[in-house]
Design a protein around this ligand. Structure first.
Ligand code: GLA
Length: 766
């Protein structure tokens, strides 16, 4: 079959070279030096202008054919801009839409790559040297990245450029996925000369959009501790709009994600470009819009805290950026990211399976627990059908508050006289698995570890250190520190039956300096830290493949694709209040799947907000993510325990629909009073509508929610659901049948009945 397709396409693309991998076609027009990368519904087209400039010719809805003339590219001349040397007659440097750029020639926009050479020069001139196209996708050494399980899933283009004067080569790596509308990009730089070269800036991807900036909005996710990833949509303005982290971790302040959303695009319709960096450290991302409305989107390591020395023969590999394009609105973009990350970024035994429903003792006891107390909580958990009991902070050293002992990963026998193994045995005997909290990247000044190795912490020599939560960050740029962490955690995990680990990280960097690096390499600390972290995580997660690993950083302070490569779920936020979680989980779902979000029911009044949501609301919000409880279960009444039992059953029955299904966000809590999300199961047969309102208004208007993504001709039967604490009211009719067409066009009607009330309605295709 491919043969006939090939012949057809051959006819279309006279003198193109074709490479096939499944349905993906990367075509190369040698004469015009154009590369066309196709995913199922998108095309990404780049080409060289006289070997010298790599142009972005098109990115968007799939094009069958593509041809261009130089005259298509030229716009009116611009005064006070220079003609690129060697490109006389082809217009000024700044008018071209580029896919790769350096600073210092005629294009003065923020570049992809900025190198400093031994002679003090910062001017580069890269030209095409070579390229290869192959089926599959390479792994990135030492870095997390999306992957394929079979070479037919994607094709890769590696484009090599060379600076003849400075003897530096750059390889631009592009992968087009076959069935997922995503392009993965990264860059490798090699010093092929004799002299040292410094990398001052390296973006994983820059792309000059063909569209006028003013037609798009800049959408991104910002926040802070306990209010992570709130959705912001702002018009693009002239100038540089940027989101970033300089905090050492990707951080809750901005997420390494943004989108360009066409002005008329909504959640369900219209053009959206998404950009995400698979990286857990300092990043920068944004859009530079110049005075002519040309728009350069960029994403990569934050240059502010980065300077990398490249010795003769050395290579540097950038993290991976993922680019997506959808014409199905913001939800359409999210579905692409969700599928890619769920199936081809997350790894391991738990990637595709339903995860454990758990009980975590943190908000139930904080540091104040005994073995007996933990067993009591576990017993209640077992009674309601939970799978796992997690012991959070406070089990080690002399840690009775957050002032000491991080780094001393030895059990506190006063609290746990039978050790972790004894506790695990007792919990296992109840029928529950046992899980444990660590904060491996940290050290308390009051700890044996710090007293033995003060130089293992990130601190500036001769200066006082700023503490965050009374602790310092261990210097993971040093191999011996990483090895210590690997050994000490291996030891704990090998000596008790631990089947889940929560990996926490509770502060930002300060006093950026390493005792392990010489003065010339201090600019490498932050990136080397991330590489060290990834080595530690890779070693431990592959050494203990049967453990379910959950990431955490003061809640969702490091919720990124880098962590998801090692740990398939992340504690979404330290705010466990269902009312706030309506927003936090909604915002997080813009880029990340529900399967990645840890989400628990906690006690009321809520410890962060003081709010008192009903147990039903807390359940309806928590069951959408990786579900659990985080309260003292031994204090729950029989009635509450009975309701909790139903919640666990619900989660076990429908969890997969939330985690693997297609998400359609129907109403945004950032635009109004409701958060409405619809999930359609992988087999398209089950549809769950989660309608959550925030503040109720009296005598209010009816809210009509039109469903999306259904089969218009199919009949859907309403099978289960509830409004608030009630099982069913006459508004929801179990057994009633609706056509898909009706649900999508007429819709369902809701009224706001109570503050922070949720309604669940479940339909099954007949
Ligand atoms: C962080 C985490 C919490 C909890 C505490 C323990 O704040 O986000 O879930 O584990 O640390 O100290």
């Amino acid at each position: 079959m491919y043969f006939y397709v090939a012949i057809d396409i051959m006819k279309m693309y006279n003198n193109y070279i074709l490479i096939f991998g499944g349905d993906v076609v990367i075509t190369y027009n040698k004469e015009k030096q154009i590369f066309k990368l196709d995913t199922k519904n998108t095309s990404y087209i780049i080409g060289f202008l006289r070997d010298r400039l790599l142009l972005n010719l098109y990115y968007g809805k799939k094009l069958k054919d593509f041809d261009y003339n130089l005259s298509d590219l030229s716009v009116h001349g611009r005064s006070l801009t220079s003609v690129e040397a060697g490109l006389e007659g082809a217009g000024q440097g700044e008018i071209h839409s580029l896919d790769f750029s350096t600073f210092g020639n005629a294009d003065l926009r923020l570049p992809t790559l900025h190198l400093k050479y031994a002679d003090g020069s910062m001017v580069s001139c890269f030209k095409y040297r070579n390229h290869k196209i192959y089926a599959g996708k390479p792994l990135l050494k030492g870095l997390p990245a999306t992957y394929v399980e079979d070479d037919s899933e994607a094709d890769t283009l590696e484009l090599e450029l060379f600076d003849e004067l400075q003897k530096v080569s750059v390889t631009l790596i592009y992968t087009a996925f076959n069935n997922i509308d995503a392009i993965a990009r990264s860059i490798r730089v090699k010093n092929e000369g004799e002299n040292q070269v410094q990398i001052a800036r390296i973006m994983s991807a820059t792309i000059d959009m063909q569209s006028a900036a003013m037609d798009y909005d800049f959408l991104h996710l910002d926040g802070a501790w306990a209010r992570e990833r709130f959705v912001r949509r702002q018009p693009i303005y002239k100038g540089n709009q940027e989101i970033y982290s300089r905090r050492g971790i990707s951080s809750p302040h901005h997420n390494p994600f943004f989108a360009m959303v066409r002005k008329d695009a909504t959640e369900l319709n219209g053009e959206v470009y998404g950009f995400n960096l698979i990286y857990s450290g300092n990043f920068t991302a944004g859009i530079e819009c110049d005075v002519y409305d040309t728009t350069r989107a960029y994403i990569g390591i934050n240059p502010f805290t980065f300077n990398w020395e490249l010795e003769s023969g050395d290579e540097f590999q950038s993290p991976e950026a993922i680019l997506t394009y959808s014409i199905e609105g913001i939800s359409g973009m999210s579905r692409i990211f969700h599928k890619l990350y769920r199936t081809r970024l997350c790894r391991g035994k738990f990637r595709d399976t339903q995860r454990y429903a758990l009980i975590n003792n943190w908000e139930g006891t904080y540091f104040n627990f005994t073995e007996e107390k933990l067993i009591d909580i576990a017993k209640k958990g077992a009674e309601i059908g939970l799978d796992l009991m997690v012991l959070d902070d406070g089990w080690f050293g002399r840690r009775n508050d957050d002032k000491s002992s991080l780094g001393d990963w030895f059990v506190n026998k006063e609290k746990l006289p039978n050790g972790l193994d004894g506790l695990a045995e007792k919990i296992n005997a109840i029928g529950m698995k046992f899980g444990l909290w660590f904060e491996p990247e940290m050290v308390s000044p009051d700890s044996d570890l710090f007293r033995a190795h003060p130089d293992w912490a990130i601190q500036a020599k001769g200066r006082a250190s700023s503490l965050g939560r009374n602790q310092l960050v261990l210097d993971l740029s040093r191999n011996e520190v990483c090895d210590y962490i690997i050994d000490v955690i291996t030891d704990v995990l090998s000596n008790a039956n631990i089947e889940y680990v929560k990996w926490d990280m509770n502060r930002s960097f300060s006093e950026f300096w390493s005792f392990g690096l010489d003065s010339e390499h201090q600019g490498e600390l932050c990136h080397r830290y991330v590489l060290g972290l990834y080595r530690v995580m890779e070693t431990l997660t592959s050494r203990f493949p049967n453990i379910l690993w959950e990431g955490c950083a003061s809640g969702g302070g490091r919720f990124d694709g880098g962590i998801l490569y090692y740990m398939p779920q992340i504690w979404t936020s330290d705010c466990s209040d269902a009312g706030e979680r309506m927003r936090i989980q909604y915002g997080t779902s813009i880029c990340y799947p529900l399967s990645a979000m840890g989400s628990h029911i906690s006690a009321v009044p809520n410890h962060q907000t003081g709010r008192e949501c009903t147990l039903a609301t807390r359940g309806d919000i928590a069951t959408m993510g990786q579900f659990g409880y985080e309260l003292d279960m031994s204090k729950m009444s029989d009635e509450e325990l009975a309701q909790a039992k139903e919640q666990v059953k619900f989660y076990k029955k429908y969890g997969e629909v939330f985690h693997k299904g297609d998400l359609y966000r129907l109403r945004s809590p950032f635009d109004g009073n409701e958060a409405v999300m619809e999930f359609i199961s992988e087999d398209k047969n089950t549809v769950i509508l989660n309608y959550a309102n925030r503040l109720c208004t009296i005598n209010n208007a009816v809210v009509i929610v039109k469903l999306a993504g259904l089969d218009p001709d199919a009949i859907y039967t309403e099978v289960e659901g509830h409004i608030g604490n009630n099982t069913f009211s006459n508004m929801v009719t179990v057994g009633r049948e609706y056509s898909g067409e009706f649900l999508m066009n007429y819709g369902l009607k809701f009224t706001n009945q109570r503050d922070f009330q949720t309604t669940i309605r479940i339909f099954v295709k007949k």
